[in-house]
Design a protein around this ligand. Sequence first.
Ligand SMILES: [Zn+2]
Length: 252
Amino acid sequence: MPSSDSVDLVRAWIASARRVVVLTGAGISTESGIPDFRGPQGVWTTNPAAEAQSTLQTYLADAMVRRAAWRSRMAHPTWTARPNRGHLALVELERRDKLHALITQNIDELHQMAGNSRERIVEVHGTVRRVMCWRCGQRSPMQEALERVRAGEEDPACRTCGGILKSDTISFGQALVPEVIDRAMKAAGEADLLLAVGSTLQVYPVAGVVPLAKDAGARVVIMNDQPTAMDSFADALMCGPIGELLPAVCAE
Ligand SMILES: [Zn+2]
């Protein structure tokens, strides 16, 4: 656990900051029951096959992979997850008019459910709560597609054009959306404090917001339960339960 000194210090930095940019990763949602990917109990650490199933080319080419993907989407822990104390702390940060942008690597929409405004949120890896057609580009709610799976369709196709549907997330082998990444980078360059929470900061280009903000003069605070790839840029490192630390530093 960090000393109360570091909590007091970071709380004071946030109090004097005007444009806090927060970057969140899977670690903020584990308390809500959504497993992370690269942590010790993570999905890819314990089941390497899950990583292969998340590859775009395999998904588009292989109907068996898609059927397996639809079955696992049915059981996705996101459908029953609720925002936790960490998410709520970031709503408090927005209420205090400190939150310039909330960049998230998560696809669970728990920030929106907690109450952060959509226009502040930058979802760099998309959302699992929508599907996208790979032929016509149409987007629709995931729950509609899951209803069709429950009704017996093993691999529901786009109702408009018959194309392949996939969750509207960034799979392995899939390009990021340039406009979204640009938005994240621009916000990081405008920050006076960057708070990275629950991410190992290994995935580029998103992890690049840390050195970018640092170069632009922002203080950098990294909160994670294990070392990250960007610890050398941090003005403060906080290691401990996010559900306790984040409310402590975001409180007025
Ligand atoms: Zn379509």
